[in-house]
Design a protein around this ligand. Sequence first.
Ligand code: HEM
Length: 491
Amino acid sequence: MTGGFLMVMLVGFFLFVIGLITIHFLPLLLSKLNGYVLPKGTFSWPLLGETLSFLNPHPSNSIGTFLQHHCSKYGKVFKSHLFFTPTIVSCDEELNYFILQNEDKLFQCSYPKPIHGVLGSLSMLVAVGDTHKRLRSVALSLVTTTKSNPQFLNDIENTAIQILDSWKGKNQILFCEEARKFTFTVIVKQVLGLTPDDPHTSEILKDFLTFMKGLISLPLYIPGTPYARAVKARRRIASTVKAIIEERRKNSTTASSSQDNTRNFDFLEILLCVDALSEDEKVSFVLDSLLGGYETTSLLMAMVVHFLDQSTTALEHLKLEHQNIRNMKNINDMSLNWEDYKKMEFTQHVISEALRYGNVVKFVHRKALKDVKFKDFVIPSGWQVLPVLSAVHLDKTLHADATQFHPWRWENQEQTCKKFTPFGGGSRCCPGSELAKVEVAFFLHHLVQKFRWRTECGDLPFAYPYVEFPRGLPLYVEMYESNGVVDKKEN
Ligand code: HEM
C-alpha cells in the first residue's frame, strides 16, 4: 500500500517535472517551427530561468556581470527566460529605439502583474491603448500649463532654499533623505497645492513611503507583508486625494458664489475641469504624478552630488556658471527665472552626464504584439521584450570614455538622440523630464554657492535593478560664509 502510494507520488512528480520543462521550453520549439531564427541565448532553469542572475545588484554605472557575460557570448540582443516569461533582452541602440518608437503598433508597455496590483489598473504607467492616450494627453497639457504658471519656478527655488537653510549648523546629512524631502515638497505643491506644514502632506508622505517599499517587494498579498501594506497605503492615499478634491470643489463653489478671485494654480485646479477623465482616473493621475516625480528626481540629484564630488574640475566649472548667473541678477529681482535657467548650459551637461552615467532607470518592460522581424532575427509575438537603456548609455562603441563621468562630452552632442534615452522614448517618453531637470538645476544653483561637501567613501548608486544608494549617501557639509570662506560649524 505504502509502496504503491510512493510509486504514484513518484510518477506524479516525474510527470510534473516533465510538464514544467515542456512548458518552459515550448516557446522555443514553437518559434523554431515557424522557421524563424531567434537571437542566441539560453532559457536556463524551468520557471525562474535566468531571473536571479539578471537581478544581481551591481553599480548603476556598469552593466553588471550578467549583461557583460551574455553580450560577449550571444551579442547585444539575446533570448532568455526572465520574470517567468520568455524574453528578448536588447542592449542594442537601434533595436531599443525601434521598440520605443513602435509602442502600440509592434510592442506594448507590459509591466509585471504585481506592479498593476499596487499602482492600480488606471495608472498611466501600466495603462495601454486608448486609456493611455487619454491620460497622456491630459498629462502633457498639465505640464504645459504648469510651466507657464509664474509661481512654478519660485516654488521650486523657495523649497531648495528652505531645505539648504535647514542644514545650517550641521556637519553631516543623509543626502538621499534631503533630496526626497525636496522633490516631495515640490511635487505635492505643484500637484495638490499643499505646503509641508499641511496635515495632508505628512499623511500622504507616510503612506507614500509604505507604498514605495511595496512597489519593489515580493508580491505576496498576505497581511503584514510590504506588498499588502503597499496596496492598503495606495487605497489610503486615494481616499486622502479624494477628500482634498472634495474640499477644493466646495471651496471653488463658495469662492465663485462670493466673487472671490483667489485661485490655486496647481495640477488639481486644472484637473478638476477636465471632462475626459473619470473621478477615479483623476485620483490615479495624481498618484502617478507623485510617484513619477518623487523618487527618480531625488535619485538624479543624489547622483549629481555623488559624481561631482569625484570631479573637482566639473564642480568648479559648475560653481563659476552659477556665480556668474547670480552676479548678473538685478538686485531688485534675485529670484531665478526661465532666462537664468537657459543660461545654465554646463549644468545641463552635468545633469545629462549623471543621467547617462548613473542610469536612474535601467530598463523598461514591453511585450511583442506580433512576430517582429528585426535585422536577421525575429522577436516572437507575446514574448517579453526588455530594452536596457543603461547598456546603450555605457556602450564604449557609442560614447567615448563611456565609463568616465565627463560632462563636457555634451558640448558637441545632441541630447535627444538614439544613444541617450534616460526618459524612455516614443509615445511613452517621460512627461516630467523638464520638471525634473529644472528641480535639479535650481537646487544645484544654491547648493554649490552655499556649501562645500564630501561624500563618505564606498556609497555608490546600485541597480537592484531599482537604483538606490545603499547607505542613503551621507554627506559631510561645510557652509560658505558670504565672503566665500568656509564657515566652520561648532558641531
Ligand atoms: C530623473 C527623473 C526622471 C526619470 C529618469 C524618468 C524616467 C522615466 C522613464 C524612463 C519613463 C518611461 C517608462 C516606460 O517607457 O515604460 C518615464 C515615464 C513616466 N514618467 Fe518619468 N522620469 C523622471 C521624472 C519624472 C517626473 C518629475 C514625473 C512627474 C512629474 C514623471 C512622470 C512620469 C510618468 C507619468 C510616466 C509615464 C508616461 C507614459 O506612460 O506615457 N517622471 N519616466
